[in-house]
Design a protein around this ligand. Structure first.
Ligand SMILES: Nc1ncnc2c1ncn2[C@@H]1O[C@H](COP(=O)(O)OP(=O)(O)OP(=O)(O)O)[C@@H](O)[C@H]1O
Ligand SMILES: CC(=O)N[C@H]1[C@@H]2OC[C@@H](O2)[C@@H](O)[C@@H]1O[C@H](C)C(=O)O
Length: 384
């Protein structure tokens, strides 16, 4: 496959405070990117943002690789290259939007695409060809943020709590940050206490999968289809019996635990229910599993504020259910704290790249269970 190099603004990046963050998450919807100025690291300024949706074919190829299959090595290598071209296009767009390249970028923090997450077996696999991305952008590229934490005995996820802590912690107000991506993860910023965080279970990936299977749509816009159905209490109870929900932290999850194959294990009868009822039940699964942990965590902390981010924050039916289930919790969005919901994770990976360049640990051992802090990420220098 031929690759065209992107005109580089980064030939001299010494002293630059500009970082690019690229996130393509478990929902497999595409890439979110930001270009941000870290002159004040606790208040990074987003100069530009860009997004790329994955094509139906790319999404389906990536989804295939999340389950064991034949010829995985070659498929993974090819998809890493395809993804790297797309990441480079997003970087190019960010540079154009951020000022036509009259600046240098210190580094690109690229999460890559998770296709397998098995921390208990010692690995978490994100696809991206870092060397190719460095070649295509002419920039320093930092990838593979999870392996260092896992090598130190951690889950390798979630990593964003350190960034949430740096940006969103308040000295006297208890704040919870809830990312509703493919998977949901919660960060607890309680005054006087160490920051904690963990994955709570599925957010959108089951709903996305079900509406894709039944209606051929990528996602349920604003939860409109789920709102037409009725939650099926027997199915909901059966789904909530997944042992992940009872596990104590540190914990992280992915498509290995929650998938349409797992839904099918609940019995053939699921497929004879009105499909919008299944969607309503999957939405309720996300809402209940999140509300249960938020309420348990908030019980001792009066006046807790919960801030939502990730694409699920735009699902009005889901946020409505969360507000109904947790009337005692003030629910807002990270916009209220200065970061739009779709920029939080991309900005987190710009921040993690910044941390890598500063030689700062990017993980929080209290969150991931690692034995110690680790400077995260593998660095690819730009072509000289
Ligand atoms: N307008 C909307 N209405 C309902 N749902 C939406 C809307 N916009 C986005 N979403 C949901 O958000 C998902 C994408 O969210 P996001 O980009 O935060 O996930 P991700 O980063 O891929 O996942 P993760 O955080 O688990 O890695 C979509 O797949 C869709 O389910
Ligand atoms: C293995 C993996 O890609 N995990 C993601 C996923 O998506 C949300 C949740 O599960 C979180 O644990 C993590 O991503 C974010 C960016 C994190 O590491 O904090």
């Amino acid at each position: 496959m031929p690759y065209a190099a992107v005109p580089s603004p980064a030939s001299n990046n010494s002293g630059s405070s500009l970082y690019v963050g690229l996130m393509s998450g478990t929902s497999l919807d595409g890439i979110d990117g930001v270009l941000a100025d870290f002159s004040l690291p606790v208040r990074p300024r987003v100069l530009a943002q860009a997004q790329r949706s994955f094509s139906v074919d790319l999404r389906s190829d990536l989804l295939d690789l999340t389950q064991p299959g034949i010829n995985e090595l070659e498929r993974a290598a090819h998809l890493s290259q395809t993804l790297s071209s797309l990441y480079a296009e997003v970087v190019h767009e960010l540079v154009q939007r951020g000022g036509q390249g009259n600046f240098s970028v210190a580094a690109v923090g690229c999460h890559g695409q998770t296709v397998r997450h098995r921390p208990e077996q010692g690995f978490s696999l994100q696809l991206v060809n870092g060397a190719l991305l460095a070649e295509l952008t002419g920039m320093t590229v930092i990838t593979d943020f999870r392996s260092g934490d896992i090598a130190a005995g951690g889950q390798g996820a979630p990593l964003v709590p350190a960034f949430h802590e740096a940006l969103f912690r308040h000295s006297s107000i208890p704040r919870l940050i809830l990312n509703l991506g493919g998977i949901a993860n919660l960060t607890l910023l309680i005054p006087g206490r160490v920051t904690r965080g963990y994955d709570t279970g599925p957010a959108n990936l089951l709903m996305d999968g079900w509406i894709g299977r039944c209606l051929g749509q990528a996602f349920d816009r604003e939860g409109g289809w789920a709102a037409q159905g009725h939650c099926h209490p027997v199915l909901l109870e059966s789904l909530l019996a997944h042992p992940f929900f009872q596990r104590s932290a540190p914990k992280s999850t992915g498509r290995e635990d929650f998938s349409l194959e797992w839904l099918a294990e609940h019995g053939e009868w699921v497929f004879s229910l009105p499909p919008e009822d299944v969607q309503a039940t999957l939405l309720e699964l996300t809402a209940r599993s999140v509300a249960a942990v938020v309420q348990a965590e908030c019980r001792e902390h009066r006046g807790t504020e919960l801030y939502l981010c990730g694409g699920g924050a735009l699902n009005t039916q889901l946020t409505k259910r969360l507000r109904i289930l947790m009337p005692e919790v003030r629910v807002g969005r990270t916009e209220d704290l200065g970061v739009p919901v779709q920029q939080v994770e991309a900005l987190a990976f710009a921040w993690l790249a910044w941390a890598r360049v500063q030689g700062k640990a990017g993980n929080l051992p209290e969150v991931t269970g690692a034995r110690h802090g680790v400077v995260l990420g593998a660095l690819y220098s730009p072509p000289s």
